[in-house]
Write a protein that binds this ligand. Structure first.
Ligand code: BTN
Length: 334
């Protein structure tokens, strides 16, 4: 209801909207409208109320408030509910806990700060307050488990497209799902799944974006950056979140209908940072891999299974995400 009222207030812009109209529009009592308006004011919205005129939205807070995100989503969006937290251990952990208790597909967990943000391969994800986007979307796709890697590919396409649109920053994707700008990582995606052999219980897509981060610890500086550091401008996180979710919704519906990544490959391969470049394939941890656990080849692009095709000694190898790491030969990306 809060999201619906917010949308109505935004649509009427500078005009007042009467309490009676809100009651009629949403089929609720005057008291319910008043209660929701009070809750919005408590959440930081400045709403002017004038008797005989109604309500008018004066200003909105910048924080990642669930109803604010919900009211910006396209009609029928796969994301149906947004739960916002000031602080949480990990949005992925929370989404998985909810999923285990039967939460429906389409719930998004988003937080201003994570105290135990998780990265891929057991790493941690630095999640300071207010600068970034830390969010996890719970999905229950009717598909066989191998298709889940495609969802990560689509999430990275949605994030890359949204960053380009909202911040005008030209970004690329480092397979399978890092978003990079200026040769440094600005976003990571952690997909976690619970499944049977031929059935997916749920998939959680966790997205961490360095949006307005001004500095990184010295040990991360050479490979981590933020949209702010690359553009010199602060980005509105709410607009970016909404754009990602609206774009992902389009990709997701098409993918579920066609049960194939093929329609998206051209778009993905066009922004693949390592394409036609030499890469190293690590069959162990990058940091500790022995020489016999490293192979070199030329990355050709991604195939219909979401695997990276690498030409090694004239033979095509299809590298499955999660099994190995791929790095550029010179540094993090190239
Ligand atoms: C990576 O290692 O590149 C993946 C990083 C994923 C971080 C995000 S932040 C939101 C979600 N919650 C987590 O604990 N991790 C993911």
């Amino acid at each position: 209801m809060k999201a619906k009222i917010l949308r109505a207030l935004k649509e009427t812009k500078e005009e007042f909207i009467s309490g009676a109209r809100l009651c009629e529009q949403f089929g609720v009592s005057r008291q319910a409208v008043w209660k929701n308006i009070s809750a919005l004011k408590e959440a930081g919205y400045e709403i002017e109320s004038v008797s005989n005129k109604g309500y008018r939205l004066v200003s909105s807070p910048k924080r990642l408030y669930g109803p604010e995100i919900e009211c910006r989503l396209s009609e029928g969006n796969i994301c149906k509910k947004v739960l916002g937290f000031d602080e949480i251990d990990s949005t992925n952990t929370k989404a998985k806990q909810l999923a285990e208790f039967g939460e429906e597909e389409g719930t998004l967990i988003i937080a201003e700060r994570q105290t135990a943000g998780k990265g891929r391969r057991g790493r941690s994800w630095s999640s300071e307050k207010g600068d970034g986007i830390y969010m996890s979307l719970l999905l229950r796709p009717k598909a066989i488990p191998p298709k889940a890697s495609g969802l990560t590919i689509l999430a990275s396409l949605a994030v890359a497209g949204a960053i380009k649109k909202i911040s005008s920053l030209p970004v690329e994707i480092k397979w399978p799902n890092d978003i990079v700008a200026g040769g440094k990582k600005i976003c990571g995606i952690l997909t976690e799944m619970s499944s049977e052999e031929s059935y997916i219980h749920y998939v959680v897509i966790g997205i961490g974006i360095n949006v307005n981060t001004e500095t990184f610890p010295e040990e991360l500086e050479y490979r981590a950056s933020s949209i702010y550091l690359e553009t010199g401008e602060k980005t509105d996180r709410l607009s970016l979140v909404a754009e990602i979710l609206n774009s992902f919704d389009t990709y997701y519906k098409r993918f579920m209908k066609e049960q194939s990544l093929v329609p998206f490959l051209e778009e993905y391969n066009a922004v693949l940072v390592n394409r036609e470049k030499e890469v190293k394939i690590y069959y162990g941890m990058v940091e500790t891999a022995k020489p016999e656990e490293i192979e070199s080849g030329i990355a050709k692009g991604v195939d219909g299974d979401g695997s990276l095709v690498v030409l090694v000694d004239g033979k095509e190898k299809h590298i499955v995400s999660g099994e190995v790491s791929v790095r550029g030969v010179m540094d993090y990306t190239d």
